[in-house]
Design a protein around this ligand. Structure first.
Ligand code: MG
Length: 166
């Protein structure tokens, strides 16, 4: 059977951290704050994948109270999510995502992000979409206070509800 999942995440800009989006370090005067590397795009994608598999969310899997995940490389966590889905009998069909970010421009880095995400999940690049939009200077993203990301994922496999108890 097929299942879909949705993920959403937000991180705030600060001045003293690198900006990492989709596993790519992007030259900019600010970065995102968080317990891990604060890769908001990769976090939204992980939650979409976990949501589709009904396996909870990244807060459950990688608690931000756990020092093991301090400054964690989110692409490495994504790799772990991919392996977990495989163990649970799922295969990833498709992922799409969107960043809400006023600046910097994402398009020069888009394909590198797609490649990093696809590689972590053993997927072809064509199975990973990354887009970006400004929010027309409205709201926290528009004021440059932070970045939001949304993702959807389509999975195939897992236990059929008709046979899962039998
Ligand atoms: Mg996050």
């Amino acid at each position: 059977m097929q299942r879909i999942g949705i993920g959403y995440d937000v991180h705030a800009f600060v001045s003293d951290r690198p900006l990492i989006l989709g596993g790519v370090q992007i030259p900019y005067e600010k970065g995102l704050t968080g317990h891990s590397d604060a890769d908001v795009l990769t976090h939204a994608i992980m939650d979409a994948l976990l949501g589709a598999a009904r396996l909870g969310d990244i807060g459950k899997l990688f608690p931000d109270t756990d020092p093991a995940y301090q400054d964690a490389d989110s692409i490495e966590l994504l790799r772990q999510v991919g392996r977990l889905l495989l163990r649970e009998g799922f295969s990833i069909v498709d992922i799409d995502s969107v960043l809400m970010i006023e600046e910097p421009k994402i398009s020069p880095h888009r394909d590198e992000m797609r490649k990093r995400i696809a590689d972590a999940l053993d997927l072809p690049m064509e199975a990973v979409g990354v887009k970006a939009t400004t929010t027309e200077q409205l709201g926290f993203t528009g004021r440059g206070e932070g970045v939001a990301a949304q993702a959807v994922a389509l999975l195939d496999g897992g236990a059929s509800p008709l046979v899962s108890n039998g």
